[in-house]
Design a protein around this ligand. Structure first.
Ligand SMILES: NC(=O)c1ccc[n+]([C@@H]2O[C@H](COP(=O)([O-])OP(=O)(O)OC[C@H]3O[C@@H](n4cnc5c(N)ncnc54)[C@H](O)[C@@H]3O)[C@@H](O)[C@H]2O)c1
Ligand SMILES: O=C(O)C[C@H](O)C(=O)O
Length: 346
């Protein structure tokens, strides 16, 4: 590979803290492209996520793995005339080949909720699936950035961390719980209530990814809007219950798939941009953290060439948000503990 192909100069539109838009040059490594795997690629999330990753120009190799159904998905997605070469892998014996050389591994494998269930009700099945997939990641692509979608994320991320620790490959900078859907929802609901253009909205969502552990920080939302306390309470609850809203509307046919695929593709794209040296890539994610006393916590994270470059703090919180933060801690701590215990006893 010629150095000139590896390093090219791009320009980025960046916003200064004063809000002015400027264009600046930065160098990226994008010539050879990236290998991305989707584990659970034949599922409700996996299929549209495979489609969206096929549309991503930063991806050169797209590896679609599932226990069944991937030849069809790969043949279908593979006919799209975009950059990446698509390969389908089916069954445990092909998992290693699917993972070898991956830069980013996205995991939406596992069972979804039905009405009346909590995400924690998925633990018994999904914990084992995540554990075995992460064991293979440690063996075949220990340097990949792992984007964990499988629920309960509050526990599956600690499970992954323990598996990687046991294998001697753990790097806290490379493990992410995908909480982007909470941000996507918070932006949508806020834009509707505040009557502002949704494309301009920013709202950090911190904590975890289940019920009250999802804490949107509407006091930091932009563009600013004059919403009442009742509006903020209602928006917070709707964001926390967003997953349940979809589960109930689907009435037994699963949980969010299309919006999740969109959110998963956004987050994977941010990881790829970070790996490629694009500056100022910041997304919320559930990562190993010192932001609170909890070992894992979702907050804004700056992404870079090694994954997490910086875990950003919470910023100023309203009284309502401070309360929410204290209330979520025991539940999040218990979910983390449950994941760690599972990984170490089985
Ligand atoms: N993080 C989030 O915001 C978020 C949002 C929505 C859904 N989810 C979670 O994502 C997961 C998947 O949801 P879905 O709607 O796509 O479910 P689904 O049942 O439609 O698809 C899951 C896929 O995983 C596959 N699978 C099962 N065991 C596997 C294994 N060992 N290796 C590889 N693949 C395996 C299945 O064959 C299936 O194709 C669920 O746990 C759900 O709760 C998370
Ligand atoms: O709600 C679920 O079970 C799926 C997912 O976590 C979501 O937030 O949509």
């Amino acid at each position: 590979m010629r150095p000139s192909m590896l390093r090219s100069v791009h320009s980025a539109i960046t916003r200064s803290s004063g809000g002015q838009v400027s264009r600046r040059a930065y160098s990226v490594d994008s010539g050879s492209g990236r290998k991305v795997a989707v584990l659970g690629a034949a599922g409700g999330i996996g299929q549209p996520l495979a489609l969206l990753m096929k549309l991503n120009p930063l991806v050169s190799h797209l590896s679609l793995y599932d226990i069944a159904g991937t030849p069809g998905v790969a043949a279908d997605v593979g006919h799209i005339n975009t950059r990446s070469e698509v390969k389908g892998y089916m069954g445990d014996e092909n998992l290693g080949a699917a993972l070898e050389g991956c830069d980013v591994v996205i995991i939406p494998a596992g069972v979804p909720r039905k009405p009346g269930m909590t995400r924690d009700d998925l633990f018994n099945i999904n914990a084992g699936i995540v554990k075995s997939l992460c064991t293979a990641i440690a063996k075949y692509c220990p340097n990949a950035l792992v984007n964990m979608i499988s629920n309960p994320v509050n526990s599956t991320v600690p499970i992954a961390a323990e598996v990687f620790k046991k294998a001697g490959t753990y790097d806290e900078k490379r493990l992410f719980g995908v909480t982007t859907l909470d941000v996507v929802r918070a932006k949508t609901f806020y834009a509707g209530k505040a009557n502002v253009p949704v494309a301009e909205v920013n709202v950090p969502v911190v904590g975890g990814h289940a019920g009250i552990t999802i804490l949107p920080l509407f006091s930091q939302a932009t563009p600013k809007a004059n919403l009442s306390d009742e509006d903020i309470i209602a928006l917070t609850k709707r964001t926390q219950d967003g997953g349940t809203e979809v589960v109930e509307a689907k009435a037994g046919k699963g949980s969010a798939t299309l919006s999740m695929a969109y959110a998963g593709a956004l987050f994977a794209d941010a990881c790829l941009k970070g790996l490629n040296g694009v500056p100022d890539v910041v997304e919320c994610s559930y990562v190993q953290s010192n932001v609170t006393e909890l070992p894992f916590f979702a907050s804004k994270v700056r992404l870079g060439k090694n994954g997490v470059e910086e875990v950003l703090g919470l910023g100023p919180l309203s009284g309502f948000e401070k309360d929410g933060l204290e209330k979520l801690k025991p539940e999040l701590a218990a979910s983390i503990e449950k994941g760690i215990k599972f990984a170490n006893q089985s």
